[in-house]
Design a protein around this ligand. Sequence first.
Ligand SMILES: [Zn+2]
Length: 415
Amino acid sequence: MAELDPKRTVAELKELRSLTANENGAQRVAFTKTWATARAWLRKKIEQLRGLEVHNDEAGNLWATLPGRSTKALLIGGHIDSVPNGGWLDGCLNTLAGLEVLRRIRAQHGAKPPVTVRLVDWADEEGARFGKSLFGSSACSGKIDMNEIRDLKDKDGIRLVDALKEHGIEFERVKECDKELRSAAAYLELHIEQGPVLLDLGLPLGVVLGTFGVERHAIDFRGQAAHSGSTPMNRRRDAFLAAAKMSPEVYRIAERSNGGVCTIGSCTTKPGIVTSVVEECRITLDQRHLEAAVLARMLSEAKEASEKFATEGNVGVEWERIWKIEPILFNKELIDFCDEAIAETGAKPHRLPSGPLHDAAEVARAGVPTVMMFVQSLHGISHNKIEDTKEEHLELAVTAFDNLADKAMQWIEKS
Ligand SMILES: [Zn+2]
């Protein structure tokens, strides 16, 4: 009989932790020895399942394929890499839950399920060492910017290109892995939430609607340096005052946006001495929302506010875009299946956007129908050794995710 064993997933997560974590947390940073150890361990597990074709693609993504009667493929993806001192679940939960689902499908359908099923372990989701996240999945989606990353180095001066070579990856060929997505009919990813939304609602599982669009800018206010003793308050052109007014304003903008977030993440001043009025003040603003139109409105509201505060303070203001990405919405039908899959376990489904980007966003950008499922994070914390999820919730997540895989297979078969 084909039996899913969610307890086995939890046991394997613990096994992986004991193999690749130390007292500071998970150390599976991509393109390091520990990552390679984790990968070899995973590959061995996969190879215990007979009838699977296993290979690494040009970008170092690991693929395990169970060929079906149809070549149309259901993709299940995760990432075994972690940040340094990371948690025990981020990324690898999806890889190992996917493996368990693959085992169930193999047992239920034998060597030939109705559609092809593929597990992918993406290479370097985190970008922890070289600063380029979603490396393997963006190579696959074709959205990777080769010129932007060709010269990247880690903090020891080792080039990305050389680190890749050590792991059998030739940098100039990474985009050739786009062929892996040609037969893809759906992509599913289970992930820990990494935030507190499900925790605060007291719910174990969530349906992810998509990933936030991001607008990231630097804002420069320019006033005039002046002696802090001799300059009366009404004669100052204080760049910091104008910048500081932005802080409560972005909270109001976020509140009005219904679900968006705004962060002033850094503030630097010049001359930056205790005896001078601030001449130059640079702040960075990160704004995120699931709806493109609302995100655009949040940005224009922030621009208007900055101009108003600059005028009030008789200082100049300039904006510079650092980065942007459009919101990426997941597939409506798969979202409904995810909802049903959760409800079938007895849990109440909750729909929510994802603040962080995930490999799933890259796959969706490549045009593959995609959905993600979230499981509650204790403390609402991730990228930290205290990252955790109740074992009963992990088991429930594997069961719900397996339900989802089943529904997606039937959907692919019919379409
Ligand atoms: Zn992750």
